[in-house]
Design a protein around this ligand. Structure first.
Ligand SMILES: *Cc1c(COP(=O)(O)O)cnc(C)c1O
Length: 395
């Protein structure tokens, strides 16, 4: 496990273990205490009967699916949501026994076999898909029915059957052998908007669909509709379960939802200074010389780049934290390295820790800061850290 304050000790680089700091040129720290805190805040915000699903797709938004799933379950989540079959299998192989809903589409014989074998729970979004499942399970001579989750499209225009056909769709699945309806759900397209009119219309359609199903005398064990934004925005959308991703990771889906519950960012992205040098006025920095030193400068190379999840479009636009100060990044961000201007920080040493996302002293940089600069959303920034960097859990 990495110490969180090695900057000063590493500064005495004569004694430093070269292997240790080269093997840790950059890493992601996952603050498990913050994660538990967020889950507990969410749990307290929900009615006791409302289940909390922690959405851990895309390797838990870049945070590491197994660790996040285990911590979230300990903190009060009772369901897990993934996008794909392999994501579900990964959790089962780690010994996780909680119910796992696959939010994405599954169709093939291989997928259906894996779902049955690993006790994953599929989303069924169309009559055709329901028939494929039923026929495949029949051919497999699968003995007990598998729990499935009916997806209705109420306005997202993604997976699901149109809400107006909810009655006939649910009735068809209900009559099929091998399939047990465990829930009916839908997904909201605009829950993070301060204008709630489209969300209200989707909610109205969801209620209309439920009424159709009820009128046919079919009992549904669970209904769910809310993502993070809807969970924070309106308790009437909670139903029997909420499917929360972003908020588990400590970020707010939108600024106007910040007053709801308290959340702490879970991810910190750290890298080490790998080289320090002085450059003369007029010296170009990095590919394309997009930065030219306006005066003599102290430059530090940091061992992290766009292949690690630092978007190249932040070149010359971002700051990092070094010794509790904000320091500008200069020149094009390269695949594995980037440069920073450390002229204002005295005597910077190789091995010192630079924080790209996270806190140092009074300063904090979040995925929201990057997302704003890049005209994207924090979700995409977080998912960028799922590839190369080692992850370290810290308490
Ligand atoms: C990803 C996803 C969620 C979680 O969304 P957040 O905005 O991160 O809370 C919930 N439901 C479905 C169907 C999803 O695909």
């Amino acid at each position: 496990m990495l110490s969180r304050k090695p900057a000063s000790s590493m500064a005495s680089h004569q004694h430093c273990d070269t292997y240790a700091w080269f093997s840790q040129r950059a890493w992601v720290e996952i603050d498990l205490e913050a994660l538990s805190y967020n889950v507990q805040q969410l749990r307290q915000f929900l009615a006791p009967h409302t289940q909390l699903m922690a959405v851990v797709k895309a390797d838990a938004y870049g945070h590491g699916a197994v660790t996040v799933a285990q911590t979230a379950l300990q903190g009060g989540a009772s369901w897990l949501g993934v996008a794909t079959v392999p994501e579900g299998i990964q959790l089962r192989e780690a010994g996780i026994e909680a119910p796992i809903l696959i939010l994405g589409a599954t169709h093939t014989v291989e997928q259906i076999q894996a779902i049955a074998q690993w006790q994953l729970q599929p989303t069924i979004g169309s009559p055709k898909q329901a028939l494929i499942f039923s026929n495949t399970l029949e051919t497999m001579q699968h003995d007990s029915p598998i729990p499935v989750h009916i997806k209705l499209d109420t306005g997202m225009s993604r997976l699901g059957t149109n809400w107006q056909q909810a009655g006939e769709f649910v009735q068809l699945v209900d009559r099929l052998p091998h399939l047990d309806i465990a829930s009916v759900y839908s997904h909201l397209a605009t829950a993070d908007s301060p204008d709630t009119s489209i969300m209200a219309e989707q909610h109205r359609r969801f209620k209309e669909a439920i009424a159709q199903i009820k009128a046919l005398g079919i009992k549904i064990p669970s209904l769910h509709l809310a993502n993070s934004a809807a969970t924070l925005a309106d308790k009437r959308l909670h139903y029997d379960m909420v499917r929360v991703g972003l908020a588990v990771y400590g970020l707010y889906p939108a600024p106007h939802l910040q007053k709801t519950i308290s959340l702490k960012p879970v991810i910190q992205v750290q890298a080490r200074v790998t080289h320090v040098k002085t450059i003369a006025a007029g010296t170009g920095v990095s590919y394309g010389h997009q930065f030219i030193a306006p005066r003599e400068m102290r430059l530090a190379v940091v061992g992290i780049g766009y292949a690690d999840g630092v978007p190249r479009n932040l070149s010359n636009q971002m700051q990092v934290l070094l010794r509790g100060q904000r320091v500008p990044q200069i020149g094009a961000i390269t695949m594995d390295q980037l440069m920073i201007d450390v002229s204002a920080v005295p005597d910077v040493q190789e091995g010192e820790i630079v924080t790209l996302l996270g806190e140092q002293g009074q300063e904090r940089i979040t995925a929201d800061d990057w997302a704003e600069k890049l005209n994207t959303i924090s979700w995409e920034i977080l998912c960028g850290f799922k590839h190369r960097l080692p992850r370290v859990g810290v308490m």
